[in-house]
Design a protein. Structure first.
Length: 553
């Protein structure tokens, strides 16, 4: 039986069950799609891509063969295609060079995979939250812009019909002036129990799963699906559900960020081996309103009509933006009728990925920004990350959303990034940071000297290449971080497309009189001429071989 007959005879009924269009007689799909992270939600996205009739699945990557193999078999069953299988996403990107990459890994992997994908020429659909730390998110935005790739964030409530009509209702002023928004997710639950660590199952590369995050013993509560309750790899309920509702709040308001954030909470009920808070309240002070987040993982919310969503409190009444229950407006005047609209969601898992994927493809075709572009996704992720940051610090923070720094709090600014664990396989992924954007001589950006994913073999190559390196390379350079010698300068690693360079910069806090304005944000940095006068070697400008739309197909 040839492939066309196989598809016609074996797939028609199965595809119809999922709502697939008639694509069997259509031309070959133009977009070569790869899925990185083949868990349940990644497969929901991939099935939607297949339903579109414009995509061909060419490759799949997962560090866990127990997910990868059945996922690949599912694709073959539905379409007859046999996607190449990879454990390492870097191999996939290098060998397959997909047009589109779906990034559905655990949260702590999102930044590195997305950045690598756009640098490889792919447009990207990346799941929320986009990042584990705020400066990772900024690096993702910059990578997308530099590569001129479309990056859609999987906040599908932006395209849900009832969310769209609900936003039109709110923005029309029918709820009056909004002074407060309360976002919440309350689930029932109990204390749980401790799950002991165990050897990882056969077929799972646990070290690669941990990736840039801390190494810890395998535990069944972490993988599969439980990682969001472990703060090494995610940011708890606020960093998961909270991002959806922060996105709704920012969609409604014209303000882009809160100016002050405070969060409190803890683990009052849970007695298992997770470490995310089971109870949390966060307040976000905007210029014209106050937003509040609250969650608990016990008791449910039977005392109210719903356990999830956003209440917008206005002078004309209370508006509830929900999920399964659509939206409802409760007028302050009891003589007026309640207004309601039902949700229109797709199965499985009650979502609107179909509409978001359609917008993604249209953005690729037209070159416009997608409805939930990476910049928008970054802004929606930030309040949740700031809430977790405040909780860890135990105090409020003042946020400068334009510069993306916490005002007057060096300790808090250190939490805008985190140190990466070096890979164990002797390979390197590109660094997240462009050092023209994030110099080590910026106090609030002092993260720049260690946020790399560098392997020993590549550092050895660095020592041998170095036509642009200083005369002496400190022996203390190690995988996962750059050296900080006893002298006034710090040595930083810059990774171009082919090789490492070393560049010397002044210590944090230095501001020379002769400086240039950084094109990205207006802050002033030492000019190359001034740096040469101080004896620092300046690496030559890097050529961007993948600039523009060279990879459009």
């Amino acid at each position: 039986m040839n492939r066309r007959n196989f598809m016609r005879n074996s797939l028609a009924a199965g595809l119809a069950l999922r709502g697939f269009p008639e694509i069997l007689s259509a031309p070959a799909p133009p977009y070569r799609v790869a899925l990185i992270g083949t868990g349940w939600w990644g497969m929901n996205i991939l099935h939607t891509a297949m339903e579109s009739g414009e995509c061909k699945v060419v490759a799949m990557a997962d560090v866990d063969e127990n997910q990868l193999i059945p996922a690949a078999e599912n694709v073959e069953k539905l379409s007859g295609d046999k996607p190449a299988r990879y454990k390492d996403f870097r191999d996939l990107l290098e060998k397959q060079k997909p047009d589109i990459a779906i990034v559905a890994t655990p949260d702590h992997w999102h930044p590195l995979v997305m950045i690598a994908a756009v640098k490889a020429g792919a447009h990207v659909y990346v799941e929320k939250p986009i990042s584990h730390t705020i400066l990772e998110g900024r690096a993702m935005v910059k990578a997308a812009r530099d590569a001129r790739r479309v990056v859609q964030v999987g906040l599908h409530r932006r395209v849900s019909p009832h969310n769209i009509s609900g936003m039109e209702f709110l923005k029309s002023g029918k709820a009056g002036k909004i002074g407060m928004v309360r976002a919440f997710v309350h689930y029932a639950g109990g204390p749980g129990e401790v799950t002991p660590d165990s050897p990882p199952p056969a077929g799972l590369d646990w070290d690669m799963w941990c990736g840039p995050g801390p190494r810890r013993p395998f535990n069944k509560r972490i993988h599969p699906k439980g990682f969001r309750m472990f703060l090494d790899y995610a940011n708890g309920q606020l960093g998961d559900w909270g991002v959806h509702w922060m996105d709704q709040i920012l969609w409604w308001t014209e303000e882009k960020y809160p100016k002050k954030v405070f969060s409190t909470g803890g683990r009052h009920i849970l007695r298992d081996n997770t470490d995310a808070p089971d109870t949390q309240v966060a307040s976000f002070e905007f210029e014209s309103f106050t937003a509040v987040w609250e969650h608990r993982l016990y008791a449910g919310n039977e005392a109210e009509k719903t356990n999830i969503g956003c209440y917008f409190y206005g002078t004309e009444g209370t508006f509830h933006m929900g999920w399964l229950d659509g939206w409802t407006f409760y007028p302050a005047d009891h003589k007026k009728p309640t207004i309601h609209q039902d949700a229109q969601l797709h199965e499985p898992d009650q979502q609107n990925i179909k509409e978001l994927w359609a917008d993604f493809l249209q953005s690729i075709k037209t070159g416009r920004r997608s409805v939930n572009d990476i910049e928008s996704g970054h802004r929606s992720t930030n309040p949740a990350l700031l809430g977790m940051l405040s909780l860890k610090l135990g105090r409020s923070v003042q946020w400068d959303g334009e510069k993306e720094v916490i005002v007057g709090d060096p300790e808090a600014n250190k939490l805008l990034s985190r140190k990466y664990h070096a890979p164990d396989d002797g390979r390197a992924a590109d660094p997240l940071w462009d050092h023209d954007r994030a110099r080590a001589d910026s106090p609030q950006r002092d993260f720049a000297r260690h946020e790399f994913w560098i392997a020993p073999v590549r550092v050895a190559r660095l020592k041998q290449e170095g036509s642009h390196a200083p005369a002496e390379i400190p022996a203390s350079i190690t995988p996962g971080g750059a050296a900080t010698g006893a002298g006034p300068r710090r040595i930083l690693c810059e990774l171009g497309s082919d090789k490492f360079h070393l560049a010397a910069t002044e210590p944090p806090g230095h501001r020379p009189a002769d400086s240039r304005v950084d094109a990205h944000d207006g802050r002033r940095w030492p000019s190359p001429a001034r740096r040469r006068q101080r004896g620092a070697r300046v690496a030559p400008k890097r050529r961007h071989q993948n600039a523009g739309h060279a990879h459009d197909q």
